[in-house]
Ligand binder design. Structure first.
Ligand SMILES: Cc1cc2nc3c(=O)[nH]c(=O)nc-3n(C[C@H](O)[C@H](O)[C@H](O)COP(=O)(O)OP(=O)(O)OC[C@H]3O[C@@H](n4cnc5c(N)ncnc54)[C@H](O)[C@@H]3O)c2cc1C
Length: 490
């Protein structure tokens, strides 16, 4: 039975080899450790969705290969509607967790993008990558897997390509090709939800030329594969996550970003989907970023929805009517809908790749990434403005102090403002802080790539000269008006 429930998922994670570290400690059980259990909970909620009669249409679908009911995040996205369903699922996940669930997102996009790229490589080179990928997708569908996706490398000096770096491990690369598989080494960085994932889908992090063909690699590995060590990054709410007594100061949900250290990891051939074909790395990046940057509009919209909710709670907890802030709340909603709508629009005007994969319209998707790196910060600003100083970081005493036998009572007494309890006000304030400054931030700026990278695509996909022609023709300007020639350097 392909549909798994929360318990199946948690049990599967518990069986994995412990290879995740934080603060120098090895995490024996990711489902219970305070550093990882919140991201696991966020993903467990997606399994709840798949088993909830009211949500199951959103969280499940039918396999195009077997006709069986499967988790939506293991499915093939071959029509614009499939990708819009991806957006709806992500917005819903944010609404229920307040943050990112990358294990039911990035690997899903990767498998679909590689369906298109393996089709092209196989056609050009007579390889059988797509057949291998299909075998793995059937395995993922059958086991209802969570799959993190890793493109970003540690990179090293940003002005140099991988082969020019003094440290080759800054980029994941093929160290050796054997008859039965490949040995890979190097580091992928900032990979979300690795702790909650059962497998990791690896893609090249950039477009490479022949000198860097060792980095032209795509494969999928179990998260606990021998030779892989994951180091979880820290975040502002760490201390609160580890301190679990008193008033709850962080949600039960959350997100992690891992650094993945591959120390000579063997990957068998049937899990390898690109090996040296550097000519196709541009296709991976083009297709991946188009679909990802369209859909990410739903993530930030979903978090924005929660920010509206948290802001109303804060206004009321402060003793004010939400109507006092209605124009700000409406502005927040407008911003949320802009990224959601632009993403959906990019998908609606996308096109079908010959492999069947649906690819979003590039210009619109990359424009959306620029909006995603801009508008949510205004929503965060408004959340802080509405909530008051205790929402901004550094202005509210800890729950330990509120519980102090010496001065706690005095603090609690004066911190009550509106009709709700002090405890409810503290929780609402902590949520607003977490959503705007803390661990709940979903990577609006750099997640899915930096806005400057997106602007480059906007620049090259905007037909500027065609627009010059429109302008000329409207005013009957017959002559060409050229850019001035650059003066010759002396
Ligand atoms: C919350 C979060 C979650 C993430 N999750 C994932 C994930 O699940 N999987 C994954 O693969 N990645 C993930 N990432 C990583 C993300 O894709 C990268 O952060 C992003 O691609 C930018 O890379 P970087 O952080 O190395 O920034 P940098 O490359 O250091 O860029 C910093 C700035 O320099 C500019 N810049 C960089 N190089 C040049 C150059 N040569 N010339 C001019 N300007 C340059 C960039 O445009 C940017 O403005 C995540 C990131 C965040 C913040």
């Amino acid at each position: 039975m392909a549909i798994k429930n929360r318990d199946d998922y948690l049990q599967a994670l518990k069986k994995m080899r412990p290879n995740i570290y934080k603060f120098g400690e090895r995490i024996e059980d990711v489902t219970t450790h305070p550093a990882t259990r919140r991201t696991v909970e966020s993903h467990a909620i997606a399994y709840d969705g798949a088993n909830d009669p009211n949500l199951q249409k959103m969280f499940t679908t039918t396999s195009m290969f077997t006709g069986e009911k499967i988790h939506r995040w293991n499915s093939m996205m071959q029509e614009e509607g499939h990708l819009i369903s991806n957006m709806r699922l992500k917005r819903q996940n944010y609404r229920r967790t307040g943050t990112c669930t990358g294990g039911v997102c990035v690997g899903w996009n990767a498998q679909n993008v590689m369906w298109a790229v393996t089709h092209e490589i196989d056609e050009a080179n007579g390889t059988n990558y797509q057949e291998r990928l299909k075998k793995w997708i059937l395995h993922a569908e059958e086991n209802g897997l969570t799959v993190a996706g890793a493109l970003t490398d540690a990179k090293g000096d940003r002005s140099l390509s991988p082969s020019k770096q003094t440290e080759p491990d800054t980029t994941l690369h093929i160290k050796e090709i054997r008859e039965d598989g490949i040995i890979i080494r190097g580091v992928k960085a900032m990979i979300c939800s690795t702790a909650a994932a059962q497998e990791v889908f690896l893609l090249p992090g950039s477009v490479y030329g022949e000198d860097d063909k060792n980095c032209a690699l795509s494969c999928v590995v179990p998260r606990d594969i021998e030779g892989l060590t994951v180091v979880e990054a820290t975040r502002p709410s760490d201390q609160r996550e580890f301190n679990e007594s008193g008033i709850q100061e962080v949600p039960d949900t959350g997100i992690t970003q891992g650094w993945l250290l591959f120390d000579d990891v063997f990957v068998p051939n049937d899990r390898v989907f690109m090996c040296h074909e550097y000519q196709f790395t541009s296709k991976v990046i083009t297709y991946f970023t188009a679909n990802y940057r369209a859909c990410i509009g739903a993530c930030v919209a979903g978090q924005g929805d929660v920010m509206i909710g948290a802001s109303i709670l804060m206004a009321r907890a402060n003793g004010l009517s939400s109507k006092t802030f209605m124009s700000k709340l409406v502005d927040m909603s407008v911003n949320n809908q802009v990224t959601f709508g632009l993403g959906a629009g990019a998908l609606a005007i996308g096109k079908k790749h010959p492999s069947g994969t649906w690819i979003a319209d590039s210009l619109t998707a990359h424009t959306n990434k620029v909006m995603v790196a801009t508008l949510p910060y205004e929503v965060k600003r408004l959340t802080q403005e509405i909530g008051g100083g205790i929402v901004e970081t550094g202005c509210m005493p800890s729950s330990k102090d509120l519980d102090s036998p010496e001065y706690g009572e005095m603090l609690r007494k004066v911190m009550k403002a509106g009709s709700c309890s002090t405890e409810a006000r503290v929780k609402a304030a902590r949520l607003s802080e977490w959503l705007t400054l803390g661990g709940g931030i979903p990577g609006c700026m750099h997640g899915g790539g930096s806005p400057d990278g997106a602007k480059l695509v906007v620049r090259f996909t905007t037909p500027m000269e065609e627009y010059v022609d429109y302008a000329r023709k409207i005013m009957n300007i017959e002559e060409e008006i050229q850019d001035p020639q650059k003066p010759l350097k002396k």
